[in-house]
Design a protein around this ligand. Structure first.
Ligand code: NAP
Ligand code: ZN
Length: 348
């Protein structure tokens, strides 16, 4: 077995703390990654707090993983030792069902394995990226360009693909007005991709303090959703709204901001279900839809697009010991715009 050390929650009631554990041996099609950086996704916090469902504890979160290939199995062809590699929200699937064949392995109906809080095909729990290494099948690791700042690439593996995928699916681009709700980890990537695809982007935020940052990110407009006059001024304006909010909130504030035939895409995953009166959808032929991460081919496409267009996440690099202070700030919407753990700090 491979020896690993990381930070784990032993239960939903305890904080993350150092934990030594084992991962499987490197199989013929596996690579071992020495993890250098791991992004802190709001999903990590939902998971260790059992927000959605009871977790598998001890739980090592982290699904925005980048690092260097430290060893490879005998049949690995995609990577060599020393290559950069990234792992996102999943580490295995059946590769044979309709979803896998469509490049949407994240929805594999047979044996999808999430990066953490899940059981691997061997029936044992898998552990995420708040740790010094990981062992994954080579198909589920992605090539990372040497051109970009590696720490700032880490969030692309979840926040990046989760916003890239729906904007591509709905062909958001030139001539479209896009509203992005919530300027956090996912939201700021939604803004960057919206701009890169040619849309006119408005940030819809609860935080007046993010107005200047939104401009620096390239957003064309900024609306504070706590100010009724600012909200009223954008009624009927948007072709698309991308909702990235992690906390429970009333989406009926945003639906009137769509134009006729407009589309509301939720990628945020609050605990409580949305309540949407059918009248607000029927009136204006509005669509409410969702999107979950992205498949393997599209994740590599997104990483290549980012390398070509010099897109990375705006990050605050943190010491792993400060993870709970970072979670507290994340809960207050005070993250500019993704915390990334410097894995060197595991040893200090
Ligand atoms: P985050 O960094 O905490 O960002 C969420 C943002 O939402 C905050 O920065 C804040 O922005 C806004 N917000 C917070 N509380 C709010 C409230 N009560 N009402 C309105 N806005 C509020 O979180 P994240 O990592 O981007 O993740 C966002 C959500 O996406 C989480 O639920 C996560 O689990 C989910 N997620 C889904 C997928 C998927 O596959 N669909 C993948 C990854 C994550 P402002 O200050 O600008 O208002
Ligand atoms: Zn995530």
């Amino acid at each position: 077995m491979i020896q690993s050390k990381g930070y784990a929650a032993q239960s939903a009631e305890t904080d993350l703390a150092p934990w030594n554990f084992e991962r499987r041996e490197v199989g013929p099609h596996d690579i071992e990654i020495e993890i250098l950086y791991c992004g802190v996704c709001h999903t990590d916090l939902h998971a260790i707090k059992n927000d959605w469902f009871p977790g598998i504890f001890p739980l090592v979160p982290g699904h925005e993983i980048v690092g260097k290939v430290a060893s490879i199995g005998a049949h690995v062809t995609k990577f060599k030792i020393g290559d950069l590699a990234g792992v996102g929200v999943m580490v295995d699937s059946c590769r044979n069902c309709e979803d896998c064949n469509n490049g949407q392995e994240q929805f594999c109906q047979v044996s999808a394995v999430q990066t953490y809080n899940n059981l691997g095909k061997d029936g044992k729990p898998v552990y995420g990226g708040y740790s010094n290494n990981n062992v994954v099948n080579e198909d589920f690791a992605h090539h990372i360009s040497e051109k970009l700042d590696l720490a700032a690439v880490a969030p692309l593996l979840c926040a990046g693909i989760t916003t890239y995928s729906p904007l591509r699916k709905w062909k958001v681009g030139k001539g479209h007005k896009l509203g992005v709700v919530g300027l956090g980890g996912l939201g700021h990537m939604g803004v960057k991709f919206g701009i890169a695809f040619g849309a006119e982007v408005t940030v819809l935020s609860t935080s007046e303090s993010k107005r200047e940052d939104a401009k620096l990110l390239g957003a064309h407009h900024f609306v504070v959703t706590k100010k009724p006059d600012e909200v009223a001024a954008v009624t009927g304006k948007f072709d698309f709204i991308l909702d990235t909010v992690a906390a429970d909130h009333d989406v009926n504030l945003y639906l009137p901001l769509l134009r006729t035939n407009g589309t509301f895409i939720t990628v945020g995953m609050p605990v409580e279900p949305f309540h949407v009166p059918s009248f607000s959808l029927a009136s204006g032929n509005k669509t409410v839809t969702g999107s979950g991460a992205g498949g393997l081919p599209e994740t590599q496409e997104m990483l290549d697009f980012c390398a070509e267009h010099n897109i990375v996440s705006d990050i605050e690099l943190i010491d792993i010991k400060d993870i709970h202070a970072s979670f507290d700030r994340m809960l207050k919407g005070d993250v500019r715009y993704r915390f990334v753990i410097d894995m060197k700090t595991l040893n200090s």
